[in-house]
Ligand binder design. Structure first.
Ligand code: PMP
Length: 311
């Protein structure tokens, strides 16, 4: 999927042209994957670019940095303001925003060099991650032979660049096998998540999702969906789930900022339910997207309109 480039990137407090937002090849983050990042969306709602859960994403950015003992040299407020600036400066109506906190050029050893932590924020147009039809038609997935790292081998709760080598192995394998996306098991063989998505399983009217200790990212869309589902009166259980639950599910879906809410229509070659997304998935999608197209009230306080005065 080619990047839809925009004009400017906020790079460590400067707005620089896209081509000039570069990193030295000897940067720690480049050599060792020592960077943490976020993926945030802004939607065009009633003609105004509007951030979705900006504060929650930025809070997670600081938590990821804290886990990896990187001190961010800006306040959360400053970086949120920079997100507004980069969307405004690029004159974007809707955007995918990618803040990255990385170890720049400094020490060569493995200890973090506090003086070389740098921050960039890019914003660019971005469509549906798993394809324009994915929301409606659903996707085909397969369980990957690559498992997630064990909890004590790294932190999946941190959204750290290095973690995505595991996701890339899964995604490459999935593509070879002809699926759209993968599902990973954790190091104990229990269900974890997709390479960039959280997983939901519906059986007999109850919604299940793997719990925090199954080597997954605590997705913000996962949290939104749990809250939306509970508000609709469904029971949502965060727990340990064996692989076979995929095969016995009435409905399955993925969530993520890039992915949004996508039904899974086939898993490991078995059709899920009627193969076209079940009623609970559809009910959750309806609430989720009605918030983002401006047809529903923001009862959750998740939306933040672009403020062009943040210059
Ligand atoms: N798991 C992984 C590994 C991810 O990269 C993502 C995308 N950020 C998710 C889950 C979904 O998280 P969110 O809803 O916060 O985008």
């Amino acid at each position: 999927m080619p990047i839809n480039q925009s004009k400017y990137i906020w790079h460590h407090n400067e707005m620089v042209p896209w081509d000039q937002a570069t990193v030295h090849v000897m940067s720690h983050g480049f050599l060792y994957g020592s960077s943490v990042f976020e993926g945030i969306r802004a939607y065009e709602i009633n003609g105004t670019p509007t951030f979705y859960r900006l504060g929650d994403h930025m809070k997670r950015l600081y938590e990821s940095a804290r886990i990896h003992r990187m001190e961010v040299p800006f306040s959360q407020h400053e970086l949120e303001k920079a997100c507004h600036q980069v969307v405004a400066r690029n004159d974007l109506k809707a955007a995918y925003i990618r803040p990255t906190v990385y170890q720049g050029l400094g020490a060569i050893g493995l200890i973090n060099d506090p003086g070389c932590v740098r921050v960039s924020i890019a914003a660019f147009p971005f469509g549906a991650y798993l394809g324009e039809d994915s929301m409606r038609d659903g996707i085909e997935v397969g369980v990957s032979s690559w498992q997630r790292p064990a909890p004590n081998t790294g932190s999946t709760i941190a959204k750290a660049a290095g973690n995505y080598l595991s996701s890339i192995l899964m995604s490459e394998e999935t593509k070879r096998h002809g699926y759209t996306e993968a599902i990973a098991l954790d190091s104990n063989g229990l269900l974890s998540e997709g390479p960039g998505e959280n997983l939901f399983i519906i059986r007999d009217g109850v919604i299940h999702t793997p719990a925090i200790h199954h080597s997954l990212l605590l997705g913000i869309t996962r949290d939104s969906v749990i809250r939306i589902a509970r508000s609709l009166g469904y029971t949502v259980v965060e727990q340990s789930l064996p692989r076979e639950m995929l095969y016995l599910a009435d409905e399955l879906f993925f969530t993520g900022t890039a992915t949004e809410v996508v039904p899974i229509r086939r898993v490991d070659g078995l059709t899920v339910g009627n193969g076209s997304g079940g009623p609970i998935t559809r009910a959750i999608q309806k609430v989720f997207f009605s918030l983002l197209d401006g047809t529903a009230e923001d009862q959750w306080g998740w939306l933040e309109a672009l403020d062009r005065t943040h210059q």
